[in-house]
Every structure is written in structure tokens, then in C-alpha cells.
Design a protein around this ligand. Structure first.
Ligand code: 4AD
Ligand code: MG
Length: 464
């Protein structure tokens, strides 16, 4: 029977003494006199499977030189208890087929630790490393747990468009989508590029967020979520920014900021609990080799209630800290990572939800509070990352929204459908966006977000 290594390790009792077939790639070969040990890995687990190949097997001497690091094999043999201390089981091979040869000397992955910078240059091979393989398994579990969480709460999954004509965040960080000839675009009489001749007969872009479209479905199906790629042409060369990243965006009708906070907190707890249960080996690996204390941090999130603080209180708190900030603190500033991380890592030592930000620093769609100065926004900050979730209660009042669009320098006509939702059956509603790769980074403890997505896109880099 063809089996994954994960299955053999999880339920050895089911397969012990039986013939199994396992396919995978050679991680290393230890060549003894009367037998060889092959460390075979198929990516389903961190630790591979030990394959025992006895020297008295027919064809041994022809096979041995082909067993090189990186080669792909199909191994048939009996699953037995291993006498070695490092592993519980091994396969006593009857037959080994070399499916794809590899030349150990030129193979870019050697049996040593390579730098993550180097691994990014060989993104076609890096998932074969322990770390990036573990990141892939964690990501898969987090995505599954995300769908599970929302589906079990009755949220509908909506696919919102990737190509859009509106700038949700109003920050102008859009990638343009066009089929016009960039060298010789058609021009209007005034000499401007004539987008009426473009594919969509108007300017079009890659979306920065699925929120506005998700709101449409929330105003019909009550609770919905979208989980898809988003794009930002911001020139941020940091360890927490990508130009292409995935976002989980729930949107709830008949809901307030309070409901939004409850949802965000429950969501993070659920997905973290899920990986703690299902990716134990990977998390132990990250805890030991990548980010000591990781497991404790994750357990902390599962077991602590998040601190809730208003932006204004956070500013007072930060102003009273005896420290020279790179970005000076005063009411009205957009909080920087140094401030966010101080609050969650040093002051509260747990996740923090900051609410009620000044309206000037937040997007036009956020609901204006009674004080006329702040909006019903929330940012969830976690240790080691800073902002992981950004959300808000949405402005459901037509006149207030119209004014906010105007003040943001946007055009009412571009948002006509968004405004019309406030015309018929408007209601309080709220939602948030969670950056998927930031979640991966938080749960793995990986230093750089570029190692938390299979193929990172950042300024100047769209390899692979
Ligand atoms: O705070 P943001 O910009 O919020 C929105 O886009 C809202 N429309 C979401 C909503 O309410 N439906 O982005 C949400 C999250 C951030 O908290 C962060 O985790 C992640 O998306 N994010 C990024 N992740 C990686 N690279 C980037 N450049 C990111 N920008 C935002
Ligand atoms: Mg934000």
C-alpha cells in the first residue's frame, strides 16, 4: 500500500509487520559495511523515515551510487520497529526504485543549515528543507482551521474580485491592470492616457482588500468571509510587508465593534489551538531552533484574554514611558511598530486590541464615534509582530459616509454602489482583515515574512 510518512508515524500499529510503499526524496545516506540507512522525506512530516537497505540485497552495489541527496525514490518493504534510539519505526527495504537521479555535488541543498537569504534564491528547492517544509505544513493547517472556524459559525465563504476599480483603503497603493500598450498608449485630446480604450474601458487595479465587496454580501447573507490574495504597491522593505499577501476578511451584519473584537479574539485562539494540536512536531521544531519561547507565547494567546485599550489611553501610556522613540508620540500619530510592540510585548505582555483611533489616520469607511474625533476601529497587536488584524465597525449612515468620502478626497460616483447599501436596509455592520502571512509568522516565529509565503513578492523581487 502506498502511504505517506505522516500516516506511518501517526499510526504505526496499523502498519507494523506489513509491506508498505513510500515515495520521497533522499535527505541523507549513511553507508555502513553491511547495510545503508537512508533518511527519506516526503514533506508530510518534519522528521523523515529511516529506510534500512541491507548489503546482501541483489543489486546493492549498483544501487548504492544512485542513492544521493536529493534523489527521488520509491521504497517497498516491511515496516518494523527500529532498534535505533532516534526513531520508533523504520522500513526494511525489499525493493528501492530510483525514480529521479540527483547529483549530490551540484545539488544546491547540502546537509547543513543554509541562510534564509540563500534559500530565497532557490525557492524551487527550499520547500525540501526542514524549516520551509514546516512553514508549508503550518500554513496549510492555518488555512484549514480558518475555514473551519468561520464555517462552524455559519459564515458564508465569498470569492471577492481580484481586479477592481476602487481603492478600498484609499491609500493609493494600487497595482494597475491594463492591456494598453505601455509604450504607446492611446491618448485623449488633452494628452492623457485614454483608459476608455483599455480592457475594462476604465482604469482597473489589483485589489488591496476584499472588504467593500464582502460588505455587499454581508448586507444580504448576514455573516460572510473572504480569504484571498491582496496586493499593495507600497515600497516597504521590511520583515512584515509583502506586495502580494493573503487576507482573511470576515464581515458581519447587525454587528458592532464589540462583536468584531469578540470574533477576532475567538478566531486567533481557534487557529492557534488548532496548530498546537495538529502541528506539534513542527511547533516543537520552531520553538527549539527558530524562536525559543514560541510555544509558550502561543499557549499564552490561547489562555489569556486580550487587553482592550483605547488609542487615547495608549498614547498617554506611551508618552509616560521613559524612552526615546524613533517616532515621537503624540495624540494623532499613526502608531509605529516600535509603539505597537512595546504595548504588547513589554507593557501588557499579551495580545492587545487598540480601539477608537483618530479619524484622520483611518480609512473612510470606519464608523464615526459620538465624539466626532475618533472612529470605531480596532487593531489587534501580538508579541513579536505588532499589528496582525485591522478592522472596524463600518459607517452605515448615508450622510456621514458621503461626507467622509468627500473629506478623503475620493469621488462619490466611484462608490455609488457602496453608498446605495446605506439607502435600502442599512444596518450596523463590522469586520476585519487578518494578514495570513503575519499569522504564519506569528505561529512559526519566523523572522521574515518572505519566508512565510511560498513565493514572496516584494519591491524589486518577483522571482519564481
Ligand atoms: O489594516 P489593513 O490595511 O485593513 C484592511 O485592508 C481592511 N480593509 C480589512 C477589513 O476590515 N476587512 O490590513 C489588514 C491586515 C493587517 O492587519 C495586516 O495583518 C495585513 O492585513 N497586511 C499586510 N500583510 C503583509 N504585507 C502587507 N503589506 C500588509 N498590509 C496589511
Ligand atoms: Mg491596518
Amino acid at each position: 500500500m502506498k502511504l505517506k510518512i505522516r500516516e506511518l508515524k501517526k499510526h504505526p500499529e496499523k502498519h507494523l509487520g506489513q509491506d508498505v510503499t513510500v515515495n520521497g526524496w533522499v535527505r541523507s545516506v549513511r553507508d555502513q559495511k553491511s547495510f545503508s540507512f537512508i533518511d527519506l522525506n516526503d514533506g508530510s512530516t518534519l522528521s523523515g523515515l529511516q529506510v534500512l537497505l541491507k548489503a546482501d540485497r541483489p543489486g546493492y552495489s549498483e544501487l548504492l551510487p544512485k542513492l544521493q541527496i536529493g534523489a527521488s525514490l520509491s521504497v517497498k518493504g516491511k515496516l518494523v520497529q527500529s532498534p535505533g534510539e532516534k526513531q520508533a519505526i523504520e522500513v526494511d527495504a525489499d525493493e528501492i526504485k530510483v525514480i529521479g537521479l540527483s547529483d549530490a555535488e551540484s545539488y544546491p541543498l547540502q546537509k547543513k543549515r543554509h541562510s534564509f537569504e540563500y534559500l530565497r534564491t532557490i525557492a524551487h528547492l527550499r520547500p525540501r528543507t526542514n524549516t520551509i517544509g514546516a512553514v508549508a505544513r503550518m500554513s496549510s493547517s492555518l488555512a484549514f482551521a480558518t475555514h473551519h472556524f468561520f464555517q462552524s459559525r455559519g459564515f458564508l465563504n465569498i470569492h471577492t474580485p481580484i481586479i477592481t476599480a476602487s481603492d478600498c483603503e484609499g491609500a493609493g497603493e494600487l497595482f494597475r491592470v491594463t492591456t494598453l500598450d505601455v509604450e504607446k498608449p492611446p491618448r485623449t485630446k488633452e494628452g492623457e492616457v485614454d483608459f476608455s480604450k483599455d480592457f475594462f474601458e476604465k482604469p482597473a487595479f489589483l485589489t488591496v482588500s476584499g472588504q467593500l465587496n464582502a460588505e455587499i454580501y454581508a448586507m444580504a447573507c448576514s455573516d460572510v468571509y473572504t480569504f484571498g490574495p491582496t496586493f499593495r504597491a507600497e515600497n516597504s522593505n521590511t520583515t512584515r510587508h509583502l506586495a502580494e499577501f493573503w487576507m482573511i476578511e470576515p464581515e458581519m451584519a447587525f454587528a458592532t465593534l464589540e462583536d468584531d473584537m469578540e470574533l477576532a479574539e475567538s478566531y486567533l485562539r481557534h487557529v492557534i489551538q488548532y496548530v498546537l494540536e495538529h502541528n506539534e512536531e513542527d511547533i516543537d521544531f520552531f520553538d527549539k531552533l527558530i524562536s525559543p519561547g514560541l510555544k509558550e507565547r502561543l499557549l499564552g494567546v490561547v489562555h489569556s484574554s486580550f487587553e482592550r485599550v483605547t488609542y487615547s489611553d495608549a498614547i498617554i501610556l506611551l508618552e509616560n514611558v521613559d524612552r526615546k522613540w524613533e517616532f515621537p508620540v503624540k495624540w494623532g500619530i499613526d502608531l509605529q511598530t516600535e509603539h505597537e510592540r512595546y504595548l504588547t510585548e513589554e507593557h501588557f505582555k499579551k495580545p492587545v486590541i487598540l480601539i477608537n483611533y483618530p479619524k484622520e489616520i483611518k480609512a473612510f469607511y470606519m464608523r464615526l464615534n459620538e465624539d466626532g474625533k475618533t472612529v470605531a476601529a480596532m487593531d489587534v497587536l501580538v508579541p513579536g509582530i505588532g499589528e496582525i488584524i485591522g478592522g472596524s465597525q463600518r459607517e452605515e449612515r448615508m450622510e456621514v459616509l458621503e461626507e467622509k468620502i468627500l473629506k478623503a478626497g475620493l469621488h462619490k460616483e466611484d462608490y455609488w454602489w457602496y453608498l446605495e447599501l446605506r439607502k435600502w436596509g442599512s444596518c450596523p455592520h463590522a469586520g476585519f482583515g487578518c494578514g495570513f502571512e503575519r499569522l504564519v509568522r506569528f505561529t512559526t516565529g519566523m523572522e521574515n515574512i518572505r519566508d512565510c509565503i511560498p513565493f514572496p513578492r516584494t519591491p524589486g523581487n518577483a522571482l519564481f
